[in-house]
Write a protein that binds this ligand. Sequence first.
Ligand code: NAD
Length: 277
Amino acid sequence: MRELQTPSIELNNGNSIPQLGLGTWKLNGDDAKRVVGAAAELGYRHFDTAAVYQNEREVGLALRESGLLRDELFVTTKLANTDQEDAHKAFDASLDRLGLDYVDLYLIHWPVPTRGHAVNAWRSLVEIVGSGRCRAIGVSNFEVEHLEELLHHTGVVPAVNQIELHPLHQRKQLRAFCAERDIAVEAWGPLGQGKTDLLGRPEILAAASAHGKTPAQVVLRWHVQQGVIVIPKSSHRNRLEENAEIFDFALTEDEMAKIDALDEQRRLGGDPYTFVG
Ligand code: NAD
């Protein structure tokens, strides 16, 4: 069992979250179990799943079989859009599938403003965190307007906002809003989901060659150097290893600025205003 030197970010409720985690979207069945087990062996301690990924059982099983103690792990799961009206029941079902006594972070997966249930769902999450069965609560894919609505109605600030974030979609205004309110930002799709030419851009390749690192490591480093939490997904052991080796070098100011300049406000996933899931 390896130990990784992963820094932690302190959340606004005093808990901490490892800055690197494993994303598990599209990992299913035996594959999910195998990859989560391999990542745990390689030193990952933070795992990101969701009810809609349909892999909570396998993620939980792999973690229980990893030999790691519960308090060494950080497990996030998310409330499905279709369950916003009954978050308590959905949370209990997730906990049951994971086979855990608590999760470290529970997120509202999308705001779904067209249905208008997010504020009530957030009130339920506040009750759940109060019950001790999750250690922190947050949201995902919330824009400034959606965050303001939660704050206005409940006054309870999410610990985390997990959003699509990568050099081609940098969300500067939303990140500034989160920073002002001490909401930690977690990047989903941190590598551009392997769907773009991001890892072949000259600015990324130049930094990779200057540091003897790979393009993926440069992009992940760009995130963590700004205090962002990353949860890259891979099903390959060598890439799991590669994606974790990002804390032993630093990009220069000039390299960071060149990557900052790649922003195209190019969204790859759903639009938080219309996505219903
Ligand atoms: P990602 O940016 O992590 O991209 C994953 C893809 O990048 C892989 O399938 C592979 O093609 C490629 N890749 C991975 N490591 C690589 C490497 N070292 N070199 C080259 N290519 C590499 O995208 P993602 O999986 O969509 O996002 C990460 C995680 O975020 C998900 O697994 C999931 O847990 C979470 N997520 C959350 C939401 C949300 O709505 N909250 C949406 C999407 C994803």
